[in-house]
Design a protein around this ligand. Structure first.
Ligand code: PLP
Length: 394
């Protein structure tokens, strides 16, 4: 693991020392239950939680009372989709989403469909963009919510959040934004971008795993979400369970660190672009959503006529990822790339490189060298590549 070059930061990130150091005291010195307000240790743990809540609300420019802690984005998505569906049935049962959403959204919505929810799955273009007029037309008086990610985890495509929020506002439809990949990579000002509900997850921006936050906008007509986890009265009864103090402290400090010290997004984008340009010197290699607004750290690259798994196996020094899921020993192509109209073969030939603020130029140089060699080697032995070279396939 010592020499592994880690370019799988959209899957998860390393906890940075500055964040880890703030968490340690809450494992070993102050281990109190943050709801035990009758002793000083409990009160101190409670203050640490409230400090973290301020750090999150400061980073997003919203109010502290609009932030709720939970175990991460999957829990937020389940809470919001199930909770809103349950509470808004008098308005309607219609929810809109896109075909390129994360499985946490698609699976939860498939299950709600079985209970009678009506779901519209918006189509996307070749880069993964939704059509804003199609969105506008699909919202009816019975539509209760749009659920759309801020940025795609596989391609990095960023949706036009301001325009989407405006459409939803004009049409009186809640906008729930899964910003799991966006927060910690690009800034967001919730006083300007009128998203109603938003989720984020600390492990995507150098914080701990298993902790996230849900933003629910305070409006004149309150947004009603039925809690997913009931029990004690934590988070004003919205999310029960003993507070995970070290993780909450880690989340607060990770988001504050990102806000104050993060390397300029442009610098990471520069490294990413350098990687893409160098790898595209190889024949039959292209970048998905290249011309679209994207996260600065993500490169989704198709190496045609080989498979991503062959390529990744040939480069054990690199930590990379493909969007495909392994189902019963065979690979399924990424649903995101298929929805974008990419062929099954090209989807299976796609590798995701996701950089972070910790990625260095040396690591990128080494990655280019290793990938170039591996692609050439795998293609030399590939009958598909020979067929392509002979002009027998396109
Ligand atoms: N949504 C998106 C876009 C993601 O990329 C992920 C994680 O990969 C999730 C949701 C789930 O996040 P968590 O690990 O916090 O449950």
């Amino acid at each position: 693991m010592k020499d592994l070059i880690y370019l799988d930061n959209n899957a998860t990130t390393k906890i940075i020392d500055q964040v880890w150091d703030t968490m340690v005291p809450y494992f070993i010195h102050n281990y109190a239950n943050a709801s035990s307000l009758y002793h000083s240790m409990g009160r101190e743990a409670n203050s640490a939680i409230e400090k973290a809540r301020s750090q999150v609300s400061k980073a997003l420019n919203c109010q502290t009372k609009e932030i709720f802690f939970n175990s991460g984005a999957t829990e937020s998505i389940n809470t919001v989709l199930k909770g809103v569906y349950k509470n808004y049935q008098s308005k309607g049962k219609h929810i809109i989403t896109a075909k390129t959403e994360h499985k946490a959204v698609l699976t939860t919505l498939e299950n709600l469909e079985k209970e009678g929810a009506l779901i519209t799955y918006l189509e996307v273009d070749r880069a993964g963009n939704i059509d804003l007029s199609a969105l506008e037309q699909s919202i009816t008086p019975k539509t209760i919510m749009l659920c759309l990610m801020a940025a795609n985890n596989e391609t990095g495509l960023v949706h036009p959040l301001d325009d989407i929020a405006q459409i939803c506002k004009n049409k009186d439809c809640l906008f729930f934004c899964d910003a799991t990949q966006y927060i910690g990579k690009l800034p967001l000002d919730l006083s300007k971008t009128e998203i109603d509900i938003l989720c984020l997850s600390a492990h995507k921006f150098h914080g701990p795993k298993g902790i996230g936050a849900l933003f629910i906008r305070r409006k004149t007509k309150p947004i009603q979400i039925h809690p997913l986890i009931e029990g004690g009265g934590q988070e004003h009864g919205f999310r029960a369970g003993t507070y995970n103090v070290p993780n909450i402290v880690g989340l607060g400090n990770a988001i504050a660190y990102f806000q104050e010290n993060n390397r300029d997004a442009k610098e990471i984008a520069h490294l990413r672009d350098y990687l893409e340009t160098a790898l595209c010197e190889l024949p039959e290699v292209y970048v998905h959503a290249k011309q679209a607004p994207r996260l600065p750290n993500t490169a989704s690259i198709c190496f045609r006529h080989i498979t991503a798994s062959e390529l990744m196996t040939s480069c054990p020094q690199l930590a990379l990822s493909s969007g495909s899921a392994c189902v019963s020993g065979t690979r399924d192509p990424s649903h995101v790339l298929l929805a974008m109209g990419i062929s099954k073969e090209d989807a299976l030939a796609t590798v995701r490189f996701s950089l972070s603020t910790l990625t260095t130029q040396e690591e990128v140089n080494k990655t280019i060298e290793l990938i170039k060699k591996a692609v050439q080697k795998v293609r030399e032995h590939s009958p598909i590549w020979q067929l392509f070279q002979a002009g027998l396939i396109t």
